[in-house]
Design a protein around this ligand. Structure first.
Ligand code: SF4
Length: 257
């Protein structure tokens, strides 16, 4: 049976949405569990399969597959590169790291928070992917837009819709609230920025995202705008789909009421 990653490799990997799923990863997970026909992606040549009854939620299947892969990893060896610490847990060694302003733990069995609660499946997937990348070196300290990364044209649209426009709409006329929400999850103000407010938020230790916020100008009819920037070496720490998901989780967290 093909794995989720086998299926993912056959897609165009640009999150175009034509299959009805927001990302190619979600589509691949759905096909894997039988909830979607491979032929729903027009870019997979020669696919003639039919939809079967879903046997498992796609996200859960993906998290399960990733968990299996974690079992073979040396967590202690990866800790430094990921900006994490090794701690003892009930399941043996675990990595402790900051994720959106809170401590989370990754062991070979679970991804959980300080109070022992398991994280949402989609967060588990993001953290497992971060772990697999293993942190390769240091960040560059240079900020770039998503459009600077290869094969990112369609992904820029996703980032705009689910992160930049969402944040801009939510904080229009409330730049101070935007700053406070970001600071509450370890965000740090960027001095001397051209925008009305600018914050760097370490979504993960090696995945900071910088949000530039320009407030609305009602008199001249300009809406609020947000631009998300990434470290130039961000793709050494996450694949581009996970990077966009990290930005979406950041947007969801700071706009939550
Ligand atoms: S149709 Fe779906 S799986 Fe195919 S490239 Fe577009 S988003 Fe990815």
């Amino acid at each position: 049976m093909e794995t989720i990653f086998d299926i993912l490799k056959q897609t165009k990997k640009d999150n175009c949405g034509q299959c009805g799923y927001p990302t190619c990863m979600a589509f691949a997970a759905a096909v894997h569990t039988g909830g979607c026909a491979k032929s729903a992606c027009p870019y997979i040549k020669g696919a003639t399969d039919q939809v079967k009854e879903p046997v498992q939620d796609p996200e859960t299947a993906l998290a399960k597959e990733l968990k299996q892969k974690v079992k073979g990893l040396d967590l202690a060896q990866r800790a430094k590169g990921l900006g994490a610490q090794i701690v003892e847990s009930e399941h043996g060694k675990a990595l402790r790291l900051r994720y959106l302003g809170r401590d989370v733990y990754i062991s070979s069995e679970r991804v959980y928070s300080d109070d022992g609660t398991e994280l949402e499946t989609r967060d588990q997937i993001l953290l497992y992917n971060y772990l697999f990348f293993g942190g390769k070196g240091d960040l560059s300290g240079e900020w770039v837009g998503l459009e600077s990364f290869p094969n990112s044209i369609s992904k820029v649209v996703t980032l705009k819709r689910y992160t930049e426009e969402k944040v801009a709409r939510h904080f229009a006329g409330r730049p101070q609230m935007f700053l406070e929400r970001c600071q509450a999850i370890d965000g740090v103000n960027v001095p001397d920025c051209q925008a009305d407010a600018c914050v760097t938020v370490p979504v993960l230790p090696k995945v900071p995202i910088q949000l530039h916020f320009w407030d609305e100008d009602k008199e001249d009819g300009f809406p609020a705008e947000v631009k998300a920037l990434f470290d130039k070496r961000a793709l050494d720490f996450l694949d581009i789909e996970s990077l966009i998901f990290a930005a979406e989780r950041l947007a969801e967290t700071i706009t939550q009421e």
